[in-house]
Design a protein around this ligand. Structure first.
Ligand code: NA7
Length: 572
């Protein structure tokens, strides 16, 4: 063991093996693995006063997961799978929070979760080989390992629009929704944003508001969710077949519990293609993306799906001018996160709903009484910001994280995020980032990615402890290779063609443009991560020794795309 790896205690601080930031899907499972499998001393620090992570905060009207409930769950525990029953095809936010509370109770996690505790900084002390984590209340906790489980869609983006501070009404961001709800009855509501959230919220807000004005910057495709109450037969099927369902989820690029068709768009003639699109439209949800394997690989193929979906909008929305604004979509289908909805386009047929195209007539400012665009003034009592997140990097960069030599994460990532496998950062020893930039997380069914990340991190830490190694750190060369591979994987798809996508950081002024999630698919990603571990954690420096070249990354390919079971096409 090298001299520099010997640990020294830091006075007057709680000493732990690991600190986890965040008590959502990732933090809860990471705590269970480190504490109950490895026997480590662990504490989760969570700023909310309850567990749930993203779902603790996202309580806006209509908030519901787009992954089907039987797949939006942990699969590590057969007992949990057999005892928990989801009630609807897509779980609403309240049911997801109930589920995560059930998990916290079942695995006795609460005794190591410190709620209402906002972390403000995490600094690595090289001399002590410890992470020194400080909370807003001034508490200091030290640990060998720092695991960020802060989510990748959790740093709310409230746009900096002139005049907001003078607005006389109320305003809310969907990701920071008041727990006692918002009363829309009799109110004139303005909603900015038409992403997955805005598309869920607008139909529900319109049901009670006096008037809803939707301010649309980028029109969006959407497929009906076809949400419904689950039958007892289906629930029994899920209980009895969870191993098979898991096998499907682990064989597809996007981690959902359905396979992607082997056929390509131009394998069939136009009539058959139309019939296939109609069938998938009727079935609804993210499954629509799986009707052909090449929708995200071939622009001409994608155009056929895009035209189908635009014609659906024109068919639903009665006012031709509104229909034209909603369907004038200029990015290929699913190159921005594809929403699913319940009556979104139908909502524009209501007398109390109107659409304002702010790409044509931008918002100039918020006034005390509403929103002023270049075309006119809209009087409002409430403004709802459905304006999304500073995705992937935001939750990490809003913390003051410092690695070796006091280097800040902001500085390390000033030209865009650089990780190795999306899980580690060169210069930040013993730090792991669950669902970090460079991971496939947001392009997949999130719990599948989270379970893989957490299990990989757990195995890595176990290996370290067995070897007596005190410090592990990605090499800069390995991170360079990974960043190149992430770019190559994105560029082998149509995904970067949506230049205004949050996948690229384009929604946040000044954010470096870089395709952040790994688009090579969950199967390929898992294969690479396993190979890195099996090859002795290649690409990592242990106890400051030189790192080996990550051959698993160097030899990874990005195509050709095959839909299931093999290193795979990009998922959603
Ligand atoms: P998204 O998908 O980022 O959508 C945000 C929406 O807000 C989108 O329509 C944006 O338009 C719009 N937006 C953002 N900033 C502005 C400003 N400054 N002015 C006007 N309009 C703006 O966030 P969501 O919450 O809907 O979904 C996030 C994820 O949660 C989703 O992908 C799922 O994974 C679940 P833009 O498209 O940027 O032009």
């Amino acid at each position: 063991m090298q001299e520099s790896t010997v640990s020294k205690p830091i006075d007057a601080a709680d000493e732990l093996d690991a600190v986890i930031i965040g008590a959502g899907f990732a933090g809860l499972y990471q705590l269970h693995c480190l504490r109950d499998q490895l026997g480590m001393s662990v504490r989760v620090l969570e700023k909310a006063d309850g567990v749930g992570g993203t779902w603790y905060w996202n309580r806006y009207p209509g908030a519901r997961c787009d992954s089907e409930s039987h797949a939006y769950a942990y699969y590590f525990s057969a007992e949990l799978l057999e005892e928990w029953q989801w009630s609807e095809r897509y779980p609403g936010h309240a049911e997801i929070v109930r589920y995560l509370n059930h998990v916290a109770d079942k695995f006795d996690l609460r005794r190591n979760i410190q709620l209402s505790t906002k972390v403000v900084s995490a600094h690595y002390s090289e001399a002590a080989n410890r992470w020194v984590v400080t909370t807003e209340a001034g508490e200091v906790v030290c640990a060998t390992y720092l695991i960020t489980a802060v989510g990748c869609l959790s740093a709310a983006n409230v746009p900096d629009i002139d005049g907001l501070e003078d607005f006389k009404g109320q305003w809310y961001h969907t990701g920071l929704w008041p727990h006692d709800g918002v009363e829309f009855e009799g109110k004139r509501v303005g909603q900015i944003g038409t992403g997955s959230t805005g598309i869920q919220a607008a139909p529900v807000i319109a049901e009670t508001a006096r008037h809803l004005t939707v301010f649309q910057r980028t029109p969006n495709y959407s497929v009906p969710a076809r949400n419904h109450v689950l039958s007892d037969d289906f629930k029994r099927h899920c209980r009895e077949n969870h191993k098979d369902i898991k096998a499907i989820m682990h064989s597809t690029p996007n981690g959902h519990a359905f396979t992607i068709s082997e056929r390509k768009v131009f394998d069939v003639d136009a009539e058959e293609r139309q019939a296939i699109y109609e069938d998938y439209w009727k079935d609804g949800g993210l499954r629509f993306r799986s009707c052909f394997q090449d929708l995200l690989a071939d622009k001409a193929a994608n155009d056929t799906a895009a035209e189908f979906l635009k014609s659906k909008i024109r068919g639903i929305v009665k006012d031709p001018e509104t229909a034209a604004k909603l369907s004038s979509i200029d990015h290929p289908y699913a190159t921005k996160r594809p929403p699913v909805d319940t009556n979104y386009f139908e909502t524009f047929n209501r007398d109390n709903v109107s659409l304002v195209d702010i790409r044509a007539n931008p918002i100039e400012r918020i006034t005390p009484d509403g929103i002023q665009t270049s075309a006119g003034h809209h009087e409002l009592d409430i403004i709802v910001f459905a304006t999304g997140y500073d995705a992937m990097t935001g939750p990490l960069l809003r913390l003051d994280i410092r690695g070796r030599d006091g280097q800040t994460l902001q500085d390390a990532w000033k030209e865009g995020p650089r990780t190795y496998l999306g899980l580690t950062v060169a210069g930040f020893p013993n730090m792991f980032t669950v669902t970090g930039p460079g991971s496939p997380s947001v392009l997949t069914n999130m719990p599948v990615a989270i379970e893989q990340h957490v299990e990989w991190i757990t195995r890595c830490i176990q290996h370290m402890r067995q070897e007596g190694a005190e410090r592990i750190e990605a090499s800069p060369e390995a991170a360079d290779l990974w960043v190149n591979h992430v770019n190559d994987a994105a560029n082998a798809t149509l995904l970067p063609q949506a230049g205004h996508s949050w996948y690229l950081g384009a929604n946040i002024p000044g954010k470096p443009r870089m395709f952040m999630p790994y688009a090579g698919g969950m199967v390929r990603y898992r294969t690479i991560c396993d190979a890195v571990a099996n090859n002795g954690y290649e690409g990592f420096r242990r106890n400051d020794a030189n790192a080996s070249v990550p051959s698993a990354v160097a030899s990874a390919t990005v195509g050709p795309f095959t839909p299931n079971t093999e290193p795979a096409a990009p998922g959603i």
